[in-house]
Design a binder for this molecule. Structure first.
Ligand SMILES: NC(=O)c1ccc[n+]([C@@H]2O[C@H](COP(=O)([O-])OP(=O)(O)OC[C@H]3O[C@@H](n4cnc5c(N)ncnc54)[C@H](O)[C@@H]3O)[C@@H](O)[C@H]2O)c1
Ligand SMILES: O=C(O)C(=O)C[C@@H](O)[C@H](O)[C@H](O)COP(=O)(O)O
Ligand SMILES: [Zn+2]
Length: 357
């Protein structure tokens, strides 16, 4: 098992990455206020891993409440959040009850937001079971739900007590979902780590085959990059916005196509290609680098061609992005591989050319 730490003063927490972690309750016990937990998961993950996690905790005398939600991005909303609140109240959960998110990013975001708000805040633990959630969503404390008008529009920054990433769970992940996670892995290379991007170019085939060493390295290195950024800028006042590369375009795609039709990682991949296209039009990124970016996504079986929504639709949806300032859409653009910037200083006409796909 490898461990790294998100350094946030008295809210610091460890990320454990390795095999057989779900059945090792000793990793969780030190982080519980009381031997009382509510595991939140969904109808797909429950039959695969709920028993393993519950049994190991029960064997140590922990009372386990199970909350099983419907599966899918379309359920990352206030109705599903209410299912969690209802179950917590019906089971008389207290401030000392720890919520455990067992699943992908949807479960993690929902559970984290429930933890941030139930009784004005209870502890929670992330047990991510998708590649995307192991490399990105379980780390950093962004929690929340979607609104019909925009992605993740309601939420809170609320850090977990612990992240437990058991890479064995990835064996059952459908290939399309694995690919979606690789989009966020590539992101770290593009925004701040050119060496990691080079390494990914060399090792993409092995990564897609779930080679254990390559997979562990990719997860550890992604978490390290995210932990570094979050430690410097927890509440996205500056540098953290770089983690949003491709997301202003991508969230527009997810919303326009209907939540869940394009996977988050797929929309991020196509959105990152759009950001690269605009960067190239601005003269900031070479043709060669644009080709490298597209090839890396293609190597992970990710889409590089965005849907044709129409320029006005794109602009309308992008204008609801959380990074909008004084009505101006701020974008993460590329000034090379490993060098992203947040800027509102782009040519609006060139943006329209990028959106006219
Ligand atoms: N909070 C953050 O910082 C952050 C970062 C990135 C993405 N996100 C959010 O995360 C969500 C996407 O997360 P995701 O890609 O994990 O999607 P997801 O949570 O929808 O999981 C993908 C699918 O895989 C299934 N699944 C999960 N684990 C499995 C396993 N081990 N074996 C088989 N099936 C499994 C799920 O039930 C689901 O059907 C989006 O809502 C996105 O906005 C949040
Ligand atoms: O942690 C962050 O910060 C990120 O931006 C990570 C993203 O991959 C993630 O999709 C996040 O949920 C997007 O945040 P949002 O603030 O644009 O909703
Ligand atoms: Zn993302």
């Amino acid at each position: 098992m490898q461990t790294l730490k998100v350094e946030l003063a008295n809210r610091s927490y460890p990320i454990h990455i390795g095999r057989h972690l779900l059945s090792d309750a000793s990793l969780i016990l030190p982080h519980l206020k009381r031997k009382h937990v509510a595991i939140v998961t969904n109808t797909t993950v429950a039959p695969l891993y709920l028993d393993q996690l519950s049994s190991s905790l029960k064997a140590e005398g922990v009372t386990v409440i199970q909350i099983i939600l419907p599966d899918g991005e379309a359920y990352k909303n206030s109705e599903t959040l209410n299912i969690i609140y209802d179950a917590l109240l019906q089971n008389r959960c207290e401030r000392s009850t720890t919520l455990i998110a067992l699943g992908g990013g949807v479960i993690g975001d929902l559970t984290g937001y429930a933890a941030a708000t139930y009784l004005r805040g209870v502890p929670f633990i992330q047990v991510p079971t998708t590649l995307l959630s192991q490399v990105d969503s379980s780390v950093g404390g962004k929690t929340g739900i979607n609104h019909p008008l925009g992605k993740n529009m309601i939420g809170a920054f609320y850090q977990p007590q612990l992240v437990l990433a058991d890479i064995d769970t990835l064996q059952t992940l459908p290939p399309r979902e694995f690919s979606a996670g690789v989009a966020e892995v590539i992101k770290y290379g593009l925004i701040r780590d050119a060496d990691f991007f080079d390494w990914l170019e060399t090792n993409m085939t092995s990564l897609m085959q779930l080679d254990e060493q390559v997979l562990s390295y990719a997860i550890y290195h992604s978490c390290q990059n995210k932990a570094d950024v979050v430690a410097k800028d927890e509440h996205e006042q500056g540098e953290r916005a770089l983690l949003n590369l491709g997301h202003t375009f991508g969230h527009a795609i997810e919303n326009a196509m209907g939540y869940g039709v394009w996977l988050h990682g797929e929309a991020v991949a196509a959105g990152t290609v759009m950001a690269a296209d605009l960067s190239q039009r601005m003269g900031w990124l070479s043709d060669h680098d644009v080709t490298r970016i597209k090839s890396s996504f293609e190597g992970a079986n990710l889409p590089i061609k965005p849907p044709s929504l129409g320029v006005e639709k794109y602009l309308d949806l992008m204008s609801l992005d959380k990074k909008v300032e004084n009505g101006k859409i701020r974008l993460i653009l590329q000034q090379g591989i490993g060098k992203s910037v947040i800027t509102s200083d782009y040519d609006a006409e060139k943006l329209k050319e990028t959106l006219a796909v």
